[in-house]
Write a protein that binds this ligand. Structure first.
Ligand SMILES: Cc1cc2nc3c(=O)[nH]c(=O)nc-3n(C[C@H](O)[C@H](O)[C@H](O)COP(=O)(O)OP(=O)(O)OC[C@H]3O[C@@H](n4cnc5c(N)ncnc54)[C@H](O)[C@@H]3O)c2cc1C
Length: 268
């Protein structure tokens, strides 16, 4: 069995700050991490590996990142957690790619890796935040997809997977055939920490394979700025809201005060 996990390296912040002049992310001084949802996807792949290898079926977990050379660190961490193989898709030809072109590049690479049963993405990256890449990759690869996966169970003999898909006020149970693409949410599991042995291996015997667009054989017309139909017109930080009002006095006085103010504003 082969599971491919798409993991993006992102700045370690939920409050991405923007340069108001250039409209680009301010990355200086912010350490990079594996995108949190992708860490859940990786953890689930490793749990499937643990389970099936206990039953004597070999499972290969391959982690794939498209990013700059610095993303090597994120891939080493994935190897230290227990991934078998790490691939860094890295080429200046990808510069300026929007989600459409990024998904195209990732889909071609998954196709090149081949022989997979499951492709796992995170629901959403905490910097770009679009949640588009997973579903787009599934469309390119013509795979069934289930997003927002919070629980899963693989039925190996039947070649199917049954998942719980998180909804705002509950969940739905969906069964689909393998191969398929799933996107993980944080409720799926608690990711493990790399072991000391894992860290040694990740910087020793295990390697990060660096692939260029030519290595994969990607059609140059589907990647980079020219192949990106998204046009970002304006990027801005929302204006901070006004200061809150502290209501003083006892609980009863504060409630009376609150109602008086709400009545004054004709809210009640
Ligand atoms: C017009 C435009 C130009 C851009 N130019 C650049 C640029 O020059 N340089 C640049 O770095 N970014 C650029 N970006 C941003 C880049 O397109 C996005 O970072 C990328 O497409 C991922 O989108 P997202 O962050 O919204 O991920 P989401 O769609 O929210 O991610 C969902 C999941 O997809 C997977 N995934 C997403 N991205 C990757 C990845 N890179 N590797 C592996 N798995 C991944 C992960 O599993 C992730 O959890 C540009 C965006 C636009 C719109």
């Amino acid at each position: 069995m082969k599971i491919i996990v798409c993991a993006k390296q992102v700045p370690d912040t939920n409050e991405v700050k923007l340069d108001p002049k250039t409209g680009t992310l301010i990355r200086e001084g912010i350490p990079s991490i594996i995108n949190p949802d992708d860490r859940n996807a990786l953890e689930e792949a490793l749990r499937i590996k643990d389970k099936f290898e206990n039953e004597n079926e070999r499972v290969e977990v391959v982690v794939l990142t498209m990013g700059p050379p610095q993303a090597d660190v994120a891939l080493r961490e994935a190897l230290a957690m227990g991934a078998d193989r790490a691939i860094l898709l890295c080429d200046r030809k990808f510069a300026g790619s929007d989600t459409w072109a990024t998904a195209h590049a990732i889909a071609w690479t998954i196709d090149k890796i081949g022989g997979y049963d499951l492709v796992f993405c995170g629901r959403q990256a905490i910097d770009g935040d679009t949640a588009q890449v997973g579903p787009q990759v599934a469309e390119y690869l013509n795979l069934p997809q289930v997003t927002y996966v919070r629980r899963l169970d693989i039925e190996r003999d039947g070649g199917t997977v049954t998942v719980e898909r998180a909804l705002e006020d509950g969940y739905e149970v969906i069964e689909t055939r393998l191969p398929c693409l799933l996107t993980a949410v944080k409720e799926l599991n608690v990711p493990r920490y790399p072991s000391m042995r894992g860290i040694f291996d990740a910087y020793g015997e295990k390697q990060v394979e660096v692939w260029s667009a030519d290595d994969v054989g990607i059609d140059p017309s589907v990647i980079g700025l020219k192949a990106s139909p998204t046009n970002v017109r304006r990027v801005f930080t929302p204006e901070p809201r006004g200061k809150g009002i502290m209501l003083e006095g006892s609980g009863k006085e504060a409630v009376q005060n609150l109602f008086a103010q709400l009545r004054e504003k004709r809210i009640v």
